[in-house]
Write a protein that binds this ligand. Structure first.
Ligand code: ATP
Ligand code: MG
Length: 246
C-alpha cells in the first residue's frame, strides 16, 4: 500500500522505484441510477483533496465518470481518469488500467455499469479491495439490491477472497415510510450499513461541473457527517489491509 524505493545495490546510480499497490474501492449495484457514479466521483474528489494520488476508473460504457472528469476545472486537485470500458484489444483484461495510472497512485475508485453480473462482476470483485453498494429508497431498488448482494456473495471471486462490503442509502428523504423500509432492510443485512446521503440537487449540480462535496467552500454539516462516516469505514479497512501487508 505504500511506495517502496529500493536503494541502488548492484548498479550504482540506478534507483529502482517499485509500483505502489493502490487501495481499490469499487462502487457497484446492478440497479441503474442508484448513485454509483455520484458515490465514485465524490469519493475520488475527497481522496485527491486529502493528498492521495487518485485514479477514477470508469467501467460503464455510458462514460459518466469520464464526463464528470472532463467538466472538472483544471485548477482543482487532479484525478487521473481511465475509460476502462474502451477495451483496447479483445484480450484486454480488467487489470489493464493499472498500467494507465501513475505509479504513485494510492487510491483507485472504480465506477461500474448497471446490469453488472457473472464473470464481469467476479473479475471486478477480484480487482477490488473494498466494495460499496448504494441503494435508493424504493421497493424495486430494495428487491434489486437483495439480488445483487446475493450475486456478490456467491461470486467465485468473493468466495475465494472475501472483501469488506458496505451498503449506503442514497437519495434519502428521512421522514418517509419508504426510507424507514429501506433502513430496516439495510440494517437486517449481514453487511454494514454505513451512511445515508440525502436527496439534494446539490449532487446534480456538482456532477455537471466535475465537483465533489469537498470542492465546495461551504458544505452542509449533515452531508459531511455522512461522507465522513463512509470515509471512516473505508479508512478502517485500508488500515487493516496495510497491517496485513506489513
Ligand atoms: N443524493 C442524491 N440527491 C439527488 N440526486 C442524486 C443523488 N445521487 C444521485 N443523484 C442523481 O441521480 C441520477 C443518477 O445518479 P448516478 O448517475 O450517480 O447513478 P448511477 O448508479 O451511476 O446510474 P447508472 O446506473 O446509469 O450508471 C443523477 O442525475 C444524479 O445526479
Ligand atoms: Mg453511473
Amino acid at each position: 500500500m505504500t511506495e517502496t524505493e529500493t536503494p541502488p545495490t548492484s548498479s550504482p546510480g540506478v534507483r529502482v522505484v517499485t509500483r505502489v499497490m493502490p487501495v481499490r474501492i469499487m462502487i457497484a449495484n446492478a440497479k441503474g441510477g442508484c448513485g454509483k457514479t455520484t458515490m465514485a466521483t465524490n469519493l475520488a474528489s475527497y481522496f485527491t483533496r486529502h493528498g492521495e494520488v487518485t485514479a477514477l476508473i470508469d467501467y460503464d460504457p455510458q462514460g459518466s465518470s469520464m464526463d464528470w472528469l472532463q467538466a472538472r476545472d483544471e485548477n482543482l486537485p487532479v484525478i487521473n481518469g481511465v475509460a476502462a470500458f474502451q477495451r483496447l484489444a479483445p484480450t484486454t483484461s480488467t487489470k489493464t488500467w493499472s498500467m494507465r495510472v501513475p505509479v504513485s497512485t494510492s487510491r483507485v475508485v472504480i465506477d461500474t455499469p448497471a446490469g453488472l453480473s457473472g464473470n464481469e462482476l467476479s473479475d471486478l470483485i477480484q480487482s477490488s479491495d473494498v466494495i460499496i453498494i448504494p441503494v435508493i429508497p424504493s421497493a424495486i431498488d430494495i428487491r434489486a439490491a437483495t439480488g445483487f448482494i446475493r450475486d456478490v456473495l456467491l461470486s467465485r471471486a468473493y468466495r475465494i477472497s472475501p472483501k469488506p462490503i458496505a451498503v449506503v442509502a442514497n437519495r434519502v428523504r428521512k421522514n418517509t415510510l419508504i426510507y424507514a423500509k429501506l433502513e430496516r432492510f439495510l440494517k437486517s443485512l449481514q453487511i454494514p450499513f454505513v451512511a445515508a446521503f440525502r436527496d439534494t440537487q446539490f449532487y446534480v449540480r456538482a456532477s455537471e461541473h466535475g465537483l465533489g462535496l469537498v470542492d465546495f467552500e461551504q458544505t452542509d454539516a449533515k452531508d459531511m457527517k455522512e461522507w465522513n462516516a463512509l470515509i471512516g469505514w473505508v479508512n478502517q479497512h485500508i488500515k487493516a489491509l496495510k497491517n496485513n501487508v506489513n
